[in-house]
Unconditional design. Sequence first.
Length: 659
Amino acid sequence: MALLRFAPSPTGPSHLGGLRMALYTHLYGKETWILRIEDTDAVGAYIWQALDWAGLEYDFGPGKKGPHSPFFQPERLDLYEHYAKKLFEGTQLPTRPGGVDLIFGQLKDTYASLATDLILLKSDLFPTYHLASVVDDHEMGITHVLRGEGWLPSLLLHPDLYASLNLQPPQFAHLPILLNVDGSKMSKRNGDVHVDDYIKRGWKPISVINWLALAGWGTRHDPFTEPAEPKPNSSSPSSTHSHQSGTDAPDSTGVYTLPQLISEFDLTSVTHRNSTLDPMKLEYLNKQHLLQQRSTPDGLTAMAERVHDSVKDAFSEMYVCCLLGGRTTCNAIQYTINRTPLFSFMDGFSNKANMPGNVTTRNSVGAAFAGASNFGIENISIRTAGNVYKNYNISVNAGAIGTEDNDVGLLRKISEWLTTSSFRNIHSEALAKRTPGTGLWFTRTNEYRLWTQSNLKVLWGTGKPGAGKTILSAIIVDHLQKEFSSQKRVPVIFAYCRYTEKYPTSQFLAAWIRQLLEHDPTTLRYISEMFAIHQRQDTRPSEAELHELLSAICTGFEKVYIILDGLDEAREAVKIQLLEEINTLPSNTRTLITSRPLKSFEYLVPDAAHIDIEARNEDIELFVEKKIAQMPRLHTMLAGKDGEKHRICKAIKEKSGGM
């Protein structure tokens, strides 16, 4: 069975060449592959965003349990040192000509034009690509390596490294260069290849995937452009492209779903010639995929939701509440379509007679656009309404829901009705106990970066009593609130479990809802009707109602961070219920749980990443320094005696046991 890896170099936004590499890895590996990534702070977020958007889920890699770890290069330094020592102690690298590539065939060059001495370790003992890739691929059991044509010369060098280490090399396939229509090389410097640009422009992910899949694989027929012949390049070894295709190449204009691509992809059908990416082909494929989606009621509803999300994203600053009737909703959809090129083929969408399906289907489309559950009159929130209303005659309710002046009394009333406790006192007390500067180690861990920068929903930190879990939770809440203080669409909410307070699950849900209302009063529109009904009936909302309400409010934000401290202190039934609630919240939520180890409950959040929490030496040092400064007699005794301070600190660290 083939095992492949995608090992991008995260030097900036993901580009189309890298996405095609990940796609071909996904297709040839039949969805089984490894993501291996360098640890370079925030830039890795681009990679996760691109893979998540494209629907290319890896089986092994950051945030995943299983073999082949660790997946970050700095965590594998001992391995590189071990293999480097084997090279130093062994014989000189042999010299053998050529290598075989699955796409380019037999390479004919010798070593005459190549460097005779490879640099394998830098002065800081960090490996170069040559050593790291060979070691990592062997240790992870990689059978096939897909990479860009720029690495083709290394196929004359890496076999010697494998031979010197007595290792079996994988098979290699180097993908040809991507070109613009004018024959120029696509480059990150020119800004014409960033995946993020295609995401922002609203292209369907499957359309871009379809487009990239056919760039080099689809060569049978192409009315848009013929693949350009490769330009002579003295720095690349020549090859004999003699391998025979196992299957016919697909139609270059074929419309494929991802499952169809996985089923039909054959690496032996990939051309060695440079491939042209024509934007006209992308437009054609995008239209075909949208037309296919339009042909079903569910697809049509999804398209309406997409238009609604596009409007909401485009008009997100000044929220104004307006009432739209059924016909007006369809007209608003048409107004958006007319100004969105990717939806231009949907002309006539506003005419309900042209919409497939029955009345229920048509109404659900209107409701999906408006973001409401009822099919009569829907609420829609859009920004800079004046510009829309000038072109479109909609009456505006000037007294918009959620303005502080009009609704501060209602906000207070609903907040107190939900719950009298929002955990703010516990949070303030915990934060006050913090020694300044401590706890920041947590934000530098790979697990935390993965949680904040990828699609990982749950991070679970565990530690023994006294490890500082509660103070760390307060620190993370404070850190995130400061980081997103200027971003209204990214709230940070929290809760603290306590043995002394046997809160039911509904208490936690109500507290989170209250915090979201206080963060953004415009969210009152989600709860005002429920509040009025329960007030009339003198009842309280059920746990199910609170969960639905919390989920609905969360979907209105870009991202919602939730910190739940001390889960081990909750009652057994509440533990289970809270974990089930967290696991079913919308995908834009990010939850951090802290507790003592709870192995028997981990099955409830199987995709969570886990991290150990303990008092770190750097925090203990800061704590000791602060305590010495706060004790006048001890401070005087140790003045100028740095050696004594060091010995005291060392003794405390040795005895702390992570507490």
